[in-house]
Design a protein around this ligand. Structure first.
Ligand SMILES: *[C@@H]1O[C@H](CO)[C@@H](O)[C@H](O)[C@H]1NC(C)=O
Ligand SMILES: *[C@@H]1O[C@H](CO)[C@@H](O)[C@H](O)[C@H]1NC(C)=O
Length: 354
């Protein structure tokens, strides 16, 4: 009788009690499962984690940087603070990305001039600029009217070598720590933006790269080559960082009329690196346009494969080139669609109707 009364009194809270106990037992069960399954890895990890905890020395002994996956082994650096030294506040960067040293991929610099800023540079802006994540225009002197929506850096000196020098300096100072690759082109270059982007994704970073259309120096019989500025060229971040301390010497010592030759000379003389047109199986294809060339009539393989075409003499030619290369890309896309449709059709007979 009394038991029945007690049960009746407990009845309203019964679901709660049941739920709680079920939850507790399930979580206990889960904990024991995950322990059971993960026993070995846990023990193993603990065993391995043991020795390095004593100090960083064991790692420094066997893991030299640059040896395959040895790079990725965690290193435990013991925390030690000298009580005699004043406490220094750690400066936190705004983005975790900056602190971890991640970089954006590609920065593009377009060398233009006061005279062509409102014509050719605008054509570059309308055809390829939006394909690149970051693109800036560089001139010696600022023109009266900067076209809308274009980021222009004017250095205040019209001499071509100065433009190159200042541009390199500027890129290093403002973007040297943010990007992996630096693509330098002129406003009379037509670049196939998507192909240039694809190229850099296939190249490994952390090497000194000076990639473009390799040209011999005029009157020189040496092996070293410079990258022709008209066809654009790619510099890696590590090369830019190494070049930076020598820029002043190059400006003072190297006499050249052409800015691309000047830069090539500078890179060759101070870093011993020559321009190449091919790296890790990736070719930097270029095509030199003949005078009065008609983009619509160029059928050559060399032209279709070109990453960069030069010289683009006027705005209309730039748009025609863009139209032509866009059409080629469209045809490729249609072909891919057709192949996929064929594959689907072929497989239809093998899959039961749903
Ligand atoms: C240049 O490109 C930017 C971004 O694609 C665009 O917003 C701007 O209107 C363009 N300016 C001109 C003059 O074409
Ligand atoms: C589909 O099948 C045809 C012949 O049955 C064959 O020629 C073709 O290569 C196949 N295509 C694909 C994409 O598998």
């Amino acid at each position: 009788m009394r038991l029945a009364a007690l049960l009746a009194a407990l009845r309203p809270v019964l679901p709660l009690v049941l739920g709680l106990s079920l939850g507790c037992s399930l979580s206990l069960l889960r904990a024991s499962w995950s322990h059971g399954a993960g026993e070995d890895p846990c023990l193993g990890a603990a065993g391995r984690a043991g020795p390095p905890a004593g100090g960083a020395q064991p790692e420094a002994g066997d893991g030299r940087p640059g040896q395959g996956h040895e790079d990725f082994r965690p290193r435990i650096v013991p925390y030690y603070r000298d009580p005699n030294k004043p406490y220094k506040k750690v400066l936190r960067t705004r983005y975790i990305q900056t602190e971890l040293g991640f970089h954006e991929r590609l920065f593009v610099a377009v060398l233009t001039s006061k005279a062509t800023l409102n014509t050719l540079a605008v054509a570059v802006n309308k055809t390829v600029a939006h394909h690149f994540p970051r693109l800036l225009y560089f001139t010696g002197l600022r023109s009266a009217k900067v076209p809308h929506g274009m980021v222009l850096v004017a250095h205040g000196d019209e001499r071509p070598i100065w433009l190159m020098y200042e541009t390199m300096y500027y890129i290093h100072q403002h973007f040297g720590s943010d990007y992996d690759w630096f693509y330098i082109m002129q406003d009379d270059t037509y670049a196939q933006a998507e192909q240039v982007k694809a190229l850099v994704t296939h190249l490994s970073i952390n090497q000194d790269v000076y990639l473009g259309r390799a040209e011999e120096f005029i009157g020189g019989d040496e092996q070293a080559r410079y990258c022709h500025g008209g066809f654009g060229y790619l510099l890696s971040r590590s090369l830019l960082l190494k070049l930076h301390p020598h820029l002043d010497s190059c400006r003072n010592e190297i006499l050249s009329v052409r800015p691309d030759e000047w830069l090539g000379r500078c890179i060759i003389d101070f870093l011993g690196i020559s321009c190449i047109s091919q790296l890790q199986g990736q070719h930097y294809h270029t095509y030199e346009l003949a005078k009065n060339a008609e983009p619509e009539k160029e059928e050559e393989e060399e032209f279709q494969a070109a990453l960069a075409v030069h010289p683009v003499s006027d705005v209309t030619l730039m748009y025609r080139l863009h139209k032509h290369f866009s059409r080629i890309q469209l045809e490729r896309a249609y072909q891919e669609i057709q192949e996929l449709q064929m594959q689907i059709r072929n497989l239809t007979s093998l899959t039961p109707a749903v």
